[in-house]
Design a protein around this ligand. Structure first.
Ligand code: HEC
Ligand code: HEC
Ligand code: HEC
Ligand code: HEC
Length: 154
């Protein structure tokens, strides 16, 4: 049953995963406190603060520094990389890797980074994925706080 659900979801997903499906980093924090903490202190959690005050509403900058600003999210939020969470952030979905992916969870690779760290990026060096991903590593494998507590933990 679960897998039928997963297949149905994979087919429907492109139509479902809209910007309105963002739940926000605070929702992820409930079960991923360590990931949240390192994100918040890292370059993506602070990507809006890095802009000069006069640029904080400039769409040309927000596209990379705060892509979900219109949804009220500051910085490069969890869901800018992991996909809108409305459907996958439920505890029973998150515990099932396959179902979570079918419902929109993305664990990005190099391509996901290049959307912002590409040719047009104001960087002195070419983006080196293997090196850069280590600098933003967050979370503890198998240690999500919601693993046994379930939705009540929220
Ligand atoms: C109700 C608790 C809960 C919430 C809320 C939640 N997660 Fe999870 N998440 C889990 C559990 C449980 C796992 C399973 C793996 C583990 O134990 O760490 C998991 C796994 C993951 C993984 C690893 C998946 C894999 O297969 O490698 C990612 C990435 C992730 N969550 C991102 C998020 C993001 C982003 C949000 C917010 C949009 C979020 N989670 C919200 C409980 C939760
Ligand atoms: C294509 C994506 C993209 C756009 C558009 C963009 N930036 Fe950035 N910006 C980045 C990335 C990626 C970095 C980090 C580069 C690095 O350190 O290698 C960065 C770094 C910066 C930094 C340095 C921050 C720090 O803490 O050192 C400033 C300041 C900055 N950008 C301002 C701007 C302004 C102002 C605009 C709009 C005029 C803008 N950016 C548009 C992607 C972008
Ligand atoms: C800039 C993109 C980006 C952002 C922003 C981001 N992540 Fe991730 N996340 C990744 C990548 C890439 C990985 C896989 C890292 C690896 O290969 O070691 C990952 C892995 C994870 C994992 C699995 C960790 C593990 O080792 O199993 C969890 C859980 C997670 N992220 C949660 C979050 C949460 C919660 C947030 C926001 C508070 C967040 N992420 C923000 C890119 C991102
Ligand atoms: C939505 C746009 C966006 C995406 C996607 C994104 N980043 Fe970033 N990243 C930024 C911005 C903007 C900054 C600069 C933040 C600042 O300092 O103001 C940055 C900064 C960084 C930095 C610190 C500066 C540097 O280059 O050393 C690292 C490391 C980094 N990103 C790694 C990654 C990795 C790895 C991925 C893919 C898994 C990724 N980013 C995906 C927008 C993005």
């Amino acid at each position: 049953m679960r897998h039928l659900l997963a297949i149905a979801a994979a087919v429907l997903l492109p139509a479902l995963a809209l910007a309105g499906d963002l739940v926000g980093p605070e929702t992820c924090r409930a079960c991923h406190p360590a990931a949240y903490a390192s994100w918040r202190e890292g370059p993506h959690g602070r990507a809006l603060d890095g802009l000069p005050p006069t640029r904080r509403a400039d769409r040309r900058c927000l596209g990379c520094h705060s892509p979900d600003a219109e949804a009220g999210q500051a910085g490069v939020g969890c869901e800018a990389c992991h996909g809108p969470g409305r459907l996958y952030a439920a505890s029973y979905v998150m515990r099932d890797r396959e179902l979570a992916r079918a419902l929109g969870l993305v664990v990005p690779g190099e391509k996901g980074c290049l959307a912002c760290h590409g040719e047009s990026t104001p960087s002195l060096q070419k983006f080196d994925y293997a090196r850069k991903v280590k600098l933003i590593r967050h979370g503890e494998p198998g240690a999500a706080a919601g693993a046994s507590a379930g939705p009540a933990a929220r």
